[in-house]
Write a protein that binds this ligand. Structure first.
Ligand SMILES: Cc1cc2nc3c(=O)[nH]c(=O)nc-3n(C[C@H](O)[C@H](O)[C@H](O)COP(=O)(O)OP(=O)(O)OC[C@H]3O[C@@H](n4cnc5c(N)ncnc54)[C@H](O)[C@@H]3O)c2cc1C
Length: 329
C-alpha cells in the first residue's frame, strides 16, 4: 500500500466538507472491506491521499420504521440487517440478501453504504497494478472494455455500455424489489436517488463530494410476500452469478402485484417489467409463471462466454416466483 492520510470525522457535515476540500483525491472509508483491497491492489488511476473515516460517526447506524416505511442508516452493518427481527419478518429479501454476503467476519464489518458504494468485481478492472501493470478501461477513464473480447463469463447480459461489469451489490437487488431509494448528503444539500437510477454502466450516480446517509424502503403493499435467491459458484462465500428478489401480492387467487429484480446481470439491479406486467391479473399457475420467467430474460444480449447466465436467471425467477406465491397460502 502507498501512504495516505487518515482522519476520523465526527459527523456527516465534516465528511462532506473533507470530500469537497480534496476533490478526486479523497475517499470515504466505512468498514474498509472493499476499499482496502482496492488500495492494496492499487487499481485506481489516482491513489487517494486522504481517507475519511466515517465509521465512528455517531447515530448513523439506525434502523427505524414508521408510516413512511423503513429507514436504514448508512453505517448499519450487514450482520445487523441480517439478524434484525424486524427486517427478517417484514423485509425478508433485504435480510436474506445481507445474510448471503461473504462471511460472518465480513458482515460484521461491512456497512450498507459501503455495499452500495463498492467497486465492481470485473477482473480486468481489479487487475492488480503490481502484477504487470494496471489495466486501463472506460470505467477508469480511458481504454476499451477488455471483457468484450476476453473472458466475460461473469459480466452483464443486459444493459452494458462502454463497461460490461455486473453490479456486485446484493443489497441493491433486494432494494430494487422493495422499490427502495438512497438518501445522500453533499455540498449542495441532500437528495433522494431511487435504487433503479443509482447505478450506471460506468459507476454510480453519486456526485463528487456526495455521500450516502440512508437507505429508504417505502411501506410494503398489504399482504405482500417476498423471496430471495442467489446462484453462486462457490458455497457459501461468493458474489452472485445471478440473484433474484421478488415481491408478490395475491388476492383471491389472482396476482395483484409482482416485482421481479434481477442482480448481477446488468450494471445495476434490473426490474423485469414486462414479466411483472404479464403476471398482474393472472392466476399464478405453473404455465403463467414459466411464461413470466421467459419474459424476464427476453431482452438478454449475452457476451461470448456468459450465455449460461440467461438460463440461470430464468430458472431463478421461476423458482423465486413459485416460492413467493406459495408463501401466500
Ligand atoms: C470475500 C468477500 C466476499 C464478498 N461477497 C459479497 C457478496 O456476496 N455480495 C455483496 O453484495 N458484496 C460482497 N462483498 C463486498 C462487500 O459487501 C463490501 O466489501 C462491503 O459491503 C463494503 O462495505 P464497507 O463498509 O466495508 O465499505 P468500504 O470498503 O469502507 O467502502 C467501499 C466503497 O464505498 C464507499 N463508501 C463507503 N461508505 C460510503 C457512504 N456512506 N457513501 C458513499 N460511499 C461510501 C467507499 O468510499 C469505497 O469506495 C464481498 C467482499 C469480500 C471481501
Amino acid at each position: 500500500m502507498k501512504p495516505f492520510r487518515h482522519i476520523n470525522v465526527p459527523g456527516v457535515a465534516e465528511a462532506v466538507d473533507y470530500l469537497n476540500k480534496f476533490p478526486g483525491s479523497s475517499r470515504l472509508i466505512a468498514g474498509g472491506t472493499d476499499l482496502l483491497g482496492v488500495l492494496k491492489d492499487d487499481i485506481l488511476p489516482a491513489y487517494p491521499e486522504l481517507l475519511i473515516n466515517i465509521k465512528a460517526i455517531p447515530g448513523l447506524d439506525y434502523l427505524r420504521e414508521d408510516e413512511n416505511g423503513l429507514s436504514i442508516g448508512a453505517l448499519v452493518k450487514l450482520a445487523f440487517l441480517a439478524r434484525s427481527p424486524l427486517v427478517r419478518e417484514k423485509y425478508k429479501v433485504l435480510a436474506d440478501a445481507a445474510r448471503s454476503v461473504g462471511t460472518p467476519q465480513l458482515r460484521n464489518m461491512a456497512t450498507v453504504g459501503g455495499n452500495l458504494g463498492q467497486e465492481t468485481r470485473c477482473w480486468y478492472y481489479r487487475y492488480p497494478h503490481g502484477i504487470g501493470g494496471r489495466i486501463q478501461c472506460q470505467r477508469k477513464g480511458s481504454g476499451p472494455c477488455l471483457a468484450v473480447g476476453g473472458d466475460n463469463r461473469y459480466h452483464v447480459i443486459m444493459g452494458g455500455k462502454g463497461c460490461f461489469a455486473a453490479c456486485p451489490s446484493d443489497l441493491a437487488t433486494a432494494l430494487a424489489a422493495l422499490e427502495g431509494s438512497i438518501k445522500t448528503e453533499g455540498a449542495g444539500g441532500g437528495r433522494i436517488i431511487s435504487i433503479g437510477e443509482f447505478f450506471h454502466p460506468l459507476g454510480n450516480a453519486l456526485k463528487a463530494g456526495e455521500m450516502i446517509v440512508e437507505l429508504q424502503v417505502p411501506p410494503l403493499p398489504a399482504g405482500s410476500r417476498q423471496h430471495w435467491l442467489k446462484y453462486t459458484l462457490r458455497e457459501p462465500v461468493d458474489f452472485a452469478v445471478v440473484s433474484v428478489a421478488v415481491l408478490t401480492v395475491l388476492e383471491a387467487g389472482i396476482c395483484r402485484e409482482a416485482r421481479i429484480a434481477l442482480g448481477a446481470v446488468a450494471p445495476g439491479p434490473l426490474r423485469a417489467l414486462q414479466a411483472e406486467q404479464f403476471l398482474k391479473g393472472k392466476e399464478p399457475i405453473p404455465e403463467v409463471l414459466q411464461e413470466a420467467a421467459v419474459l424476464a430474460v427476453q431482452g438478454a444480449k449475452p457476451l461470448s462466454k456468459n450465455g449460461y447466465k440467461v438460463e440461470i436467471a430464468r430458472v431463478l425467477v421461476l423458482r423465486a416466483l413459485e416460492a413467493s406465491f406459495a408463501g401466500h397460502k
